[in-house]
Ligand binder design. Sequence first.
Ligand SMILES: C[S@@+](CC[C@H](N)C(=O)[O-])C[C@H]1O[C@@H](n2cnc3c(N)ncnc32)[C@H](O)[C@@H]1O
Length: 229
Amino acid sequence: MIRFIQGERIPLSEDSFINTSTAQFYDEHARRFMGSVYRRFAVKAAGIKTPGKRVLDLGTGSGRLAIELAKARPDWFITGSDISEEMLKIARTNASQAALTDRIDFHQTPAESLLFTDGCFDLVVSNSSLHLWSDPIKVFNEIARVTMPGRYCLIWDNMRCNILNPFLNLLGYAMGMSSSQRRLWLQAIRSSYTIGEVKALLRESDLKDARAKIEPRFLEISIQWKKPV
Ligand SMILES: C[S@@+](CC[C@H](N)C(=O)[O-])C[C@H]1O[C@@H](n2cnc3c(N)ncnc32)[C@H](O)[C@@H]1O
């Protein structure tokens, strides 16, 4: 029964956003429909009691979460990383328009093998990227490696529940999404994990003591972890 409700996962390629047109299409979607998610994420992240200032936004895309974090915490320096240079080009423009280039920089690097040194971040965040990672366990291990002991990570992603997709399609329509925007959103949800799948992946990784839960608000999974000292 539960399997019927959740449905089968239909993976997307992690290269889904490498073209200029898909990157621009995503950024327009993010600008119009995801502002409240970024603001909620930023409030949650800003409340994490980390003494340091160096934050990594993994799979930063067009940088809109990084910008929201920089606004929420004027003492933080944010690094956005992504596999897609096209997304990062838009992210640099967005950060420049927000006059935040002094506190946000961007690097192209795959999440499975980050170019950053061990323990160099006080907080690692990621929103809506996990469902695209080709090897989530490897990425979780990389997050554990680049996080400083005693510091944190916070990951959010969609939760798959395919039985709700017709309802979500209607909701997207009511929110003013075009048919291609609704397709993008539903593809992301179909390629996302269930809470049981996320917990199983975490158990296989260096984040095995992370806390994963369903966010009560809206088909979202959150993962929070503190690196042992
Ligand atoms: C749906 S977008 C989300 C972007 C941004 N975090 C946001 O909330 O708007 C997913 C992003 O993850 C990136 N991505 C996917 N797989 C990746 C990987 N293996 N390493 C780094 N970035 C990846 C994609 O290029 C894309 O920019």
